[in-house]
Write a protein that binds this ligand. Structure first.
Ligand SMILES: *Cc1c(COP(=O)(O)O)cnc(C)c1O
Length: 396
């Protein structure tokens, strides 16, 4: 899946442009930079690609989540509904904003279910942040409708789903803001980087400003710019933006290869009665970074992951037991182990995450295995993989 598989001369050329001028900063130095504006160019090209009116490139996907929350005015004591299956950055972003993550169930799309939102809405609920997990999409149009009905702000964590669409519309562009990550294992990479996108010029203006200590970026003398609000530093360097720019121009090719490889494998396993594939609201819009499937029950899934690994089928994940992406194993969150006490933990309404139970999500995750789709596989490797997988999975 990841862009690092196609790192090459194009990336080196963009980085060399920057190294030749020595201007590593995305703002100013107009004379010295020889007209190279890598961050700005990336923003223009990603906006055109999705399309969306505005894009701000920042230092990470985690920073993007924080910028989106800040721009949407989500802060102290507000509740934000999130899924229990995500990378922890979604949850950390909410906590660092001083807001309170509230977990609601996922469905068979492996993303937040529109059906489970209403029961978690309280007078403090301000936003819903679905996560388009493993390259595919949530039922995001239905989630948008639920948010409209309850007057909640929809912010999409699309960090894992660049290039995915629902009925032709890019994920990340359904909500008030969308977040992307370009860390080293995402569909394309900047080395480290992220982006927020929005059609709202005011939200863009705030995000752009918060990411750079509140600078308003008006005029052409950085020293004389206004600082209408406080912010922080979530800036990306021109070196990272340069890598991302070359990667972005390879995105269509990456998606094409992923989709071809995934289609072959899915097709090759479709006759197995014990294997059920993840529900994908719009299969043609899948970015195809992962193939996810359900086994009949937890014991079967545990046996499958062991047997697949033993059969040499690499890149498979059983999220229910591994400690990365599912609430069940987030013991640091459940015990609120932080470096220093977080202000948000002092709220009377701060929940005990150790007591959160989501049987519906457990019932899905305990049966789910995901396999990463690689770009570099040859046709022979793909068919060998299908054979090995089928030999293991036909026992269920
Ligand atoms: C990767 C990721 C992030 C954070 O991105 P970084 O660039 O690594 O900070 C946030 N949310 C999800 C769902 C992710 O997969």
């Amino acid at each position: 899946m990841p862009g690092f598989e196609v790192f090459g001369d194009e990336e080196r050329k963009e980085v060399q442009d920057v190294l030749k001028t020595g201007v590593l900063f995305r703002y100013g130095f107009d004379g010295a930079r020889n007209d190279h504006w890598k961050a700005r160019t990336f923003e223009a090209e990603l906006s055109r690609y999705l399309p969306v009116a505005h894009c701000h490139l920042c230092s990470s996907g985690t920073a993007a989540v924080s910028l989106a929350l800040a721009a949407c005015g989500i802060g102290a004591g507000d509740e934000v509904i999130v899924p229990p299956f995500t990378f922890i950055a979604t949850v950390e972003g909410v906590l660092m904003a001083g807001a309170i993550p509230v977990f609601a169930d996922i469905d068979r799309t492996l993303c937040l279910s529109p059906d489970g939102i209403a029961e978690h809405v309280t007078p403090r609920t301000r936003a819903v942040m679905p996560v388009h997990m493993c390259g595919s999409m949530a039922r995001i149009d239905e989630l948008a409708a639920v948010c409209r009905e309850h007057r909640l702000t929809l912010i999409e964590d699309a960090c894992q789903a660049l290039g995915a669409t629902l009925h032709g519309k890019a994920v990340g562009t359904f909500g008030r803001m969308g977040c992307f990550s370009f860390d080293p294992v995402k569909t394309i990479t900047c080395g480290e980087g992220g982006a927020v996108v929005t059609d709202d010029p005011e939200l863009y203006r705030i995000a752009d400003s918060v990411a750079d200590h509140g600078h308003d970026h008006l005029g052409n003398d950085r020293g004389l710019e206004g600082h209408p609000i406080l912010g922080t530093n979530y800036r990306i360097s021109e070196l990272n933006a340069a890598v991302g720019l070359a990667q972005l121009r390879k995105l269509d090719r990456i998606l094409e290869v992923q989709r071809r490889n995934k289609d072959s494998i899915r097709g090759g396993l479709s006759h197995l009665s014990g294997v059920e594939f993840r529900e994908i609201p719009d299969p043609t819009g899948d970015s195809a970074t992962f193939l996810s499937f359900f086994l009949p029950d937890r014991d079967c899934a545990r046996k499958a992951i062991t047997d697949l690994t033993a059969a040499g089928v690499d890149g498979c994940f059983y999220w229910y037991d591994n400690n990365w992406h599912y609430l069940k194993q987030w013991h640091h969150l459940k015990d609120m182990r932080t470096a220093a006490e977080l202000p948000v933990a002092r709220y009377d309404h701060f929940p005990d995450y150790g007591a959160v139970t989501l049987p519906e999500s457990d019932g899905i995750m305990e049966r789910t295995i995901s396999m990463q789709i690689k770009l570099s596989w040859t046709e022979t490797e793909v068919s060998e993989r299908i054979d090995r997988m089928a030999r293991v999975l036909k026992q269920f």
